[in-house]
Write a protein of this length. Sequence first.
Length: 296
Amino acid sequence: MARSNLASSCCAAGLSLALLAAPAFGQPFVVPLDTNLSSMTIELCIQGMCDWDTSPLAGTISIELDAANAPTQITLHDFNVQATQDLSVTVDLGFLAGRVDATARNLSTTYAGLNPMGPNPINANMFSFTDVPTDLGGTIDFQATNIICFSLAAIGICTTCPCSETIILANQGTQLADFSGNITAVNGLVTLSGQIDTTLLFDPGNPSFGHIRVTGMLVGQTQITTEICGDANCDGTFNGGDIDPFFLAVGDPAAWQIRYPGCNILAVADINHDGRVNGGDIDPFFQALVAGECLP
Ligand SMILES: [Ca+2]
Ligand SMILES: [Ca+2]
């Protein structure tokens, strides 16, 4: 679990990458999250006693895969998710020790890296990123009483007792989160289920005193196109294996289409982008093969 310090708020605000809405294989693409299946959970623990609340979650995540079928690598580009409801938690340690009541509003988690992370391996459909720079957003209003309040005052979180404070999560600075889960891609149909986990410690010198943990469960699916210019056998990669299929596309488009059903001949074999697949594409094809990609 990545841990950060709640008491010391620093100013290391990162820039979130703009979402790249390019639904094509070989580029970052956006997975819209299913609000019915995705959730945001806040957990408050004080001296070993915990309470949690959960809300539906909305947002997107932007990733990149190395293949449209059975990918082996994932790159994380961006995420931006929000709880759709307020979340309330209470930890009651009894009359003398006191209690904490907290309500989180507009709780959000966004990627704060300046660059993409990865590529990281996908093994048996599972992936994992650690120390993901993450900005939390929203506020936590909380009240604390009795001994808990004095303990929080001692570390600078409460100013009076009983206390009523608002934690502005954006002021906590960039946190390091863990992000892991499952991903599959079958013919460009990408299904992702992952968890982003951020923990703020009340007192880093005494982690067992308590924490606030924000967990986003991200579930979404999207269809990306698998057609790459030059990828004449439509396997998601443009390489020497495409030479024979390319000549089949030029010489016998009907036979090519039967061999590669569902693949758009213009998308993969019209190398000079003139709207036709013919001999005029042959030289550009080999130039593109050397270059590794088609010219615009
Ligand atoms: Ca290919
Ligand atoms: Ca052409």
